[in-house]
Design a protein around this ligand. Sequence first.
Ligand code: AMP
Length: 417
Amino acid sequence: MISVVRGMRDLFGAELRAWQRAEEVFRSMSAAFGYEELRTPILEHTELFARGVGQETDIVGKEMYSFEDRGGDSVTLRPEMTAAIVRAAIEHNFVRHSPTTRIWYAGPQFRYERPQKGRYRQFHQYGAECLGSPHPEADVEIISLAYNVLATIGVTKFTLEVNTLGNATSRAAYREALVTYLRANVERLTEDSRRRLERNPLRVLDSKDEQDKPVIAEAPKLSDYLDVESRQHFEAVRLMLDVAGIPYVHNPLLVRGLDYYCHTVFEFTTTELGTQNAIGGGGRYDPLFSLIGGADTPAVGFSLGIERVMMLLEQERGEWGAEKGIDVFAISIGDAARLPLRLISLRLRRQGYSVVEDLQRRSVKAQMRDADKHGARYTITMGDDELAQGTVVVKNMATGEQQSVADTNVEQFLTQL
Ligand code: AMP
């Protein structure tokens, strides 16, 4: 048997229906904040991610699905969306046309990671990017959109952690102090952290390893290196979060690995999903446009891992929630009624009702059971008598009440119910 590719999953049934309800929230909440959807191709030039995510990151260093296409170009299945959104924004001049450009997206991402619960090689993200504003209110708008999406989907057991990385000057000063300190303590660090120290020193602060923790605890604090501008930006973000009633904790060790982040970074974490504790995150990435070859454009965004949000939802609820349902199941008794009933079904579908009919030519009893399984709200039944009289029997599945209705009147009858 040929099975699904390792680290990838089929989505169906109750779980998929729960995803679709979440997707409705992505769409409607994004629209409520004035964000428009952008769909980019799943394949991009490898160079886009090399530049836009960074050579020194795990993603680019060892997790990308890259290959040469038949024309000899190196292309990559996207491992994240921000670089692609920025590429498209530059290519189509979005920000020149609209000084604040608000974009959302949802779709599959690909990373060759070691699969485990909550970590897949094809996973999905919903996210948004606010392009063109350097001001803290853009950071807060982005956090607020993410927070409201999570709240509306119905998850509650998560924490919003925020931190600031300051502006480029502050970060450079801090980086120097941190590297000096870490080099002096290199013997006490894990292999992983030693490697990070050389390539991306701020990432050492991210280490969850017990061996690294005492070293990190004594490390210089970024907050001591923030200049006035950096402090004011962060203060404004915190004040506006308070005003918006969005609860958060300040985690001074949160750095979110990528070099191009500046000022606000944030993460939504949960203790409910074991080791995969991040359900989403984001931050301000003012330097990214110029890295990808565009004009300097301040920007801030987030992405949520849809699998993890859905796992949390299922865990909190103990189930996927709402069962499937249709409006009508059409039951025919005998051969003669089958075609006329099918015509009524077609008419109802054009009116917007969902209608399912039996395709197995089964007994009435079996069709009734099937109607139940489909979660039909009504059945309409037609046999030889009804056919002769030009009627159908409409049954309300919840109450068991049934009524004979002229076949030309079914739509009207249903709207009254
Ligand atoms: P990142 O772009 O790494 O910050 O990821 C953003 C979010 O995507 C994370 O917080 C996770 O919820 C989700 N995510 C990242 N990698 C994976 C993966 N391999 N499998 C499932 N979800 C993931």
